[in-house]
Design a protein around this ligand. Structure first.
Ligand code: PRP
Length: 215
């Protein structure tokens, strides 16, 4: 039976595809998939999914394994087994906003009551501000989050930052660091129980490749 691996499309796709090739797994056609969403190579089937949908494919057992960003895993809160931190796709989850908001963040937490926070990570945002004992208004957007404070829709954003260039281009600055995230190799509970030998073999190959690259 084929082993199904879900890969996130978008900015981390090339990292995930490179890791599969580097680990020596069959990967014909993966480097340039075109519009294909399923690619079969040897005993593997790769499915190309929207990053935020990857945890669902794994927790439903549709995919045996997957690469998923730490941000997406935290947000989904789906039951998956984390096998490996690949160290790729490293970025930070931060609260960012215009400089005029910086004072508010330096003061007492009560200053933040009713803060309007635009984000594509409502669960992470809720957890972050609840832990500080602050109730905020979360505005759930699906992309181009930086628009929200610019247009007066929100006071700040909670989003991922990699190079910082999107924040700079939109005159926003980091107000609070929430956590660091990176690309993880995860597996479904079902597959770790029923197909552990195959899952472990993929995990070991990817782990060796990651260690070679970053000893
Ligand atoms: C992410 C994130 C930021 C940007 C950060 O968006 O939401 O907008 O990348 O990266 P940087 O610090 O290197 O500029 P993405 O490009 O994934 O697209 P989206 O806005 O459609 O979610």
């Amino acid at each position: 039976m084929m082993l199904t691996i879900a890969l996130p499309t978008g900015r981390v796709f090339s990292d995930a595809a490179e890791m599969i090739a580097g680990a020596g797994l069959p990967c014909d056609g993966l480097a340039s998939p075109g519009r294909k969403l399923v690619i079969e190579a040897g005993e593997f089937r790769y499915i190309l999914a929207k990053p935020s949908d990857v945890p669902l494919y794994v927790s439903y057992g549709t995919a045996d394994l997957a690469f998923a960003g730490g941000d997406v895993l935290l947000e989904s809160a789906m039951p998956v087994v984390e096998l490996l931190d690949t160290g790729a796709g490293r970025c930070s989850v931060v609260v960012a906003g215009p400089r005029s908001q910086a004072e508010r963040f330096r003061g007492h937490a009560s200053e933040l009551m009713g803060l309007k926070v635009a984000t594509k990570y409502p669960r992470i945002a809720d957890g972050h501000f609840s832990a500080r004992g602050v109730q905020v208004d979360i505005i759930h957007l699906h992309g181009s989050i930086e628009l929200a404070p610019k247009l007066g829709l929100s006071d700040c954003i909670l989003d991922i930052v990699q190079t910082g260039s999107t924040l700079r281009a939109n005159s926003l600055e980091v107000l609070e660091h929430v956590c660091d995230v990176s690309l993880r190799l995860v597996a479904s509970r079902k597959s770790t129980a029923l197909r552990w030998k195959e899952v472990q073999s993929v995990m070991n190959k990817i782990s060796s490749h990651v260690k070679e690259k970053r000893p």
